[in-house]
Design a protein around this ligand. Structure first.
Ligand code: PQQ
Length: 585
């Protein structure tokens, strides 16, 4: 979309959630830099009036900031040229019965802007186009049905005249799909499922490839037992990216449901891949047809969703300039692929404690090429025999070495800056039966800080994606559940679950600035200018999966899919909130 491209190229704006189509979250602004960032002061704040997890970030286009909230998904347009006055406010009417159908808090990953329209996807799956000037509703379309367990938390991707969006609900047996609507009318253009028959997943058996080979007929169907694919999960709710040159957009698919792998074994009782869950998929924005796909975790046994963002940069790999896609997976491996054809180039652990696999098989001649080399001891699959067996000490925990909080790529250093988790788990599957619209989880989890570590539950790291190596690692007390921002000022910004907004040096991770905001931070840092002056903003409002105990008032350690116990200590540091804090020099 020309308007999106033009706005993204304007460093004074923050025009899309990921900063640019390549999802680098890098800004060329440098007024705030390593030598003066310690002097940052609060310029202004804004209370959203909502007290659950605040994800995503505001957008800035010209003199207007567009701000969203978690459920009920209120949208504010604020006038930056006039005391941040509210120009308009949009408050959708949503049935609160959607709240308990959302797996991991009532979060929303933000708005999109194109051609004078603001696009919001509500928790109840309604996609709404608003007139950016007036807040007037232009069109609205239901992308799913919460009564079937379908909800929405993600932002949309706008390419040309297509609004591309997705559905959550793999913990409710939802069969994931990606849908494109017409930006001007809201009319459905195409829908592609991630699992099921070829004509529904829009995979061409001869042309769609995986690791360089055509996927063949029924590439998904033949990896499922009977018709389990119909309630098989593989939703998508993470980050988007788009390569205009290849004309492909990229996303990852979530876990197969249920979490009890024994219930998903093949007809012979053995593990079976459950394609195309846990995969990176590249599709054409006009038709939805898949160009290539790569599955990170075949036959998932740990809930290592593959939804994390795919960052598109050109990297020097083994002396060759390569159009790369870099992906930090929940399973603890960071993957570098060729984004044009899905060739696997690098796959290395980005947290040394990852123990469920020793590595990824990189031998092209091996029948297991591209697949994880598993460690039997950490398997949660017991051949259907001991479904109640509790597997102890698996690293990472289900929320992964990294969850949805986006990393950033700095054009200054050529490195990736990654918010990570340093958490392990015990995992006990149990038998579960499917009822439409009800949880279909099938495992009890407990989470705890990784052993033999610095005692914290997170690290903020710098990563070299050509080599597959950690450059530096800065320990954090809790998982870093906030998205990073890099700037040409040499600084990387992120937030912490305790509520600190931090600025560190891209070179060595040295902390240059911190400020305690009113609540824990799970949103993404952003920057813009107004009146020639650079601002940096972040929303606080604790929640998300890690903060679900606080957000939903849960206290049983196994509740919140195991996160309540793991993050119980958070309540000593922070409380619910919903505030935007904007800083300047
Ligand atoms: N959401 C968060 C968050 O916002 O903190 C973390 C997670 C989700 C997960 O770790 C999930 O596995 C997850 N899974 C689904 C799904 O499978 O459909 C949806 C969501 C979501 O929409 O927020 C999360």
């Amino acid at each position: 979309n020309d308007d999106v491209v033009k706005n993204q190229a304007n460093p004074n704006f923050w025009a899309s959630q990921s900063g640019d189509y390549a999802a680098t979250r890098y800004s060329t602004l440098d007024q705030i830099n390593t030598s003066n960032v310690a002097d940052l002061k609060v310029a202004w704040t804004f209370s959203t009036g909502v007290l659950r997890g605040h994800e995503g970030s505001p957008l800035v286009i010209g003199d207007v900031m567009y701000l969203h909230t978690p459920f009920p998904n209120i949208v504010f347009a604020l006038n930056l040229a006039d005391e941040q006055k509210i120009i308009w406010k949009y408050e959708p009417k949503q049935d609160p019965s959607v709240i308990p159908v959302m797996c991991c808090d009532t979060v929303n990953r933000g708005l999109a802007y194109a051609d004078g329209k603001i696009i919001l996807q509500q928790a109840d799956t309604n996609v709404v186009a608003l007139d950016a000037k007036t807040g007037k509703e232009l069109w609205k379309v239901a992308n799913g049905d919460p009564k079937r367990g379908e909800t929405a938390t993600n932002t949309v991707l706008i390419v040309r005249d297509k609004v591309i969006t997705a559905i959550s609900g793999a913990e409710f047996g939802v069969r994931g799909y990606v849908t494109a609507y017409d930006l001007n009318t809201g009319k459905l253009a195409w829908r592609a499922y991630n699992i099921g028959p070829d004509n529904e997943i829009l995979f061409d058996p001869n042309k769609t490839t995986s690791l360089g080979k055509p996927v063949g007929k029924d590439s998904s169907l033949k990896t499922w037992n009977g018709d389990q694919w119909k309630i098989g999960g593989g939703t998508l709710w993470g980050g988007w990216s788009y390569d205009p040159e290849a004309d492909l957009f990229y996303y990852g698919s979530a876990n197969p449901s249920t979490w009890n792998p024994s219930q998903r074994a093949g007809p012979d009782g053995k593990p079976i891949d459950q394609k195309w869950t846990m995969a990176i998929i590249a599709r054409n924005p006009d038709t939805g047809v898949a160009s290539w796909a790569y599955q990170m975790t075949p036959f998932d046994e740990w809930d290592y969703d593959g939804v994390n963002e795919n960052i598109l940069v050109d990297l020097d790999i083994k002396g060759q300039k390569t159009p790369a896609l870099v992906h930090f997976d929940r399973n603890g491996f960071a993957y570098t692929l060729n984004r044009k054809n899905g060739e696997l180039l690098v796959a290395e652990k980005f947290d040394p404690v990852v123990n469920w696999a020793t590595g990824i098989d990189m031998d092209k001649a091996s029948p297991n090429y591209g697949r994880p080399i598993r460690v039997a001891k950490y398997s949660t699959f017991r051949d259907g025999k001991g479904a109640d067996f509790n597997t102890k000490g698996i690293c990472p925990a289900a929320l992964g070495s990294k969850d949805m909080q986006p990393a950033s790529f700095s054009k200054l250093t050529g490195l990736f800056y990654v918010p990570t988790n340093h958490v392990c788990m015990d995992y006990e599957p149990f038998k579960v039966s499917y009822t439409s619209g009800q949880p279909y989880v099938g495992a009890t989890l407990s989470m705890f800080p990784a052993p033999d570590s610095h005692g914290g539950m997170g690290n903020f790291i710098a990563w070299d994606a050509s080599q597959g190596k950690i450059v530096w690692s800065k320990p954090e007390q809790f998982s870093v559940w906030s998205g990073a921002l890099t700037t040409a000022g040499g600084v990387v910004f992120y937030g912490t679950l305790e509520g600190y907004f931090k600025a560190v040096d891209q070179k060595d991770g040295k902390e240059l600035f911190k400020f305690k905001t009113p609540s824990g931070i799970i949103s993404n840092a952003m920057t813009y200018t107004h009146g020639g002056k650079q601002y940096v903003g972040v929303m606080s409002g604790v929640g998300g999966w890690a903060g679900i105990g606080l957000a939903a008032g849960l206290t049983n350690p196994n509740d919140g899919l195991g996160a309540v116990g793991g993050y119980a200590g958070l309540k000593q540091y922070t409380n619910l909130g919903g505030t935007l804090t904007v800083f300047s020099l």
